[in-house]
Design a protein around this ligand. Sequence first.
Ligand code: B12
Length: 209
Amino acid sequence: MSTLHEMAEAVINGNAKEVREFAEKALTEGLAPQTIINDGLIAGMNVVGVRFKNNEVYVPEVLIAARAMHAGMDVIKPLLTDSAVQDKGTVLIGTVKGDLHDIGKNLVRMMLEGAGYKVIDVGVDVSPEKFAQAVEEYKPQIVGLSALLTTTMTNMRTTIEALRSYHVRVMIGGAPVTQKFADEIGADAYAPDAATAVEKANQLLSSSF
Ligand code: B12
């Protein structure tokens, strides 16, 4: 089995120590940081996501796998900031008001960082006013909103309204969010997963306002 395959298995099993070791091994084998993230860490997390959807694993397993994935990211992250094209732009990201889910948001953050973006993470349960304040302070080009509950999705609309007067693009995501909903509330982009979020961010920056 390849190191990346073993690393994915270790993420699935929630074994943080092993994930860290495989991440180090993959680096000594000369694998690119982005490859290690995509084909090792996220590949493992994707399997957990599917198993979760099928009720084969439950919340604790998801959290333990996410922690293991983070252990691997800790090893890779310093290299990403060195090797990736830096200063592509700034993305401010947070989970909307009333919502405490942050595993998906954190994945999106990591992928954006891996792709060379500076990411300001404002955390969870973030009110529209707090988003607006943070936009004023950090002046990002893109704001990313995450919501995992159908009851908090509506706060994406109020957040977008609160950001109307600022020169920012808004990208949204989270399990219940769809392109249709994004169109309805006037979001500039929607992405169903972290890898697509990077593509959409790139597109937003290359298109004119
Ligand atoms: C883990 C989890 C929790 C954990 C959260 C821990 C944490 N730190 O995040 C805990 C246990 C705390 C929790 C609590 C609750 N949860 Co919960 N939770 C989940 C669970 C099992 C997994 C979510 C997850 O992390 N998925 C893995 C990640 C990687 O996927 P993701 O979040 O979708 O993110 C990806 C994409 O959506 C996208 N994305 C995400 N964010 C963004 C942002 C941007 C900008 C972009 C572009 C893309 C993007 O990219 C990500 C990576 O690919 C889901 C079930 C499910 N199938 O989703 C329920 C689920 C979301 N929870 C649910 C509920 C009901 C709750 C509670 C209300 C339960 C309760 N009665 O207390 C509370 C609410 C607390 C609150 N106020 O937020 C329901 C929501 C139902 C609904 N339709 O609204 C779900 C669907 C479970 C269910 N089937 O009932 N939960």
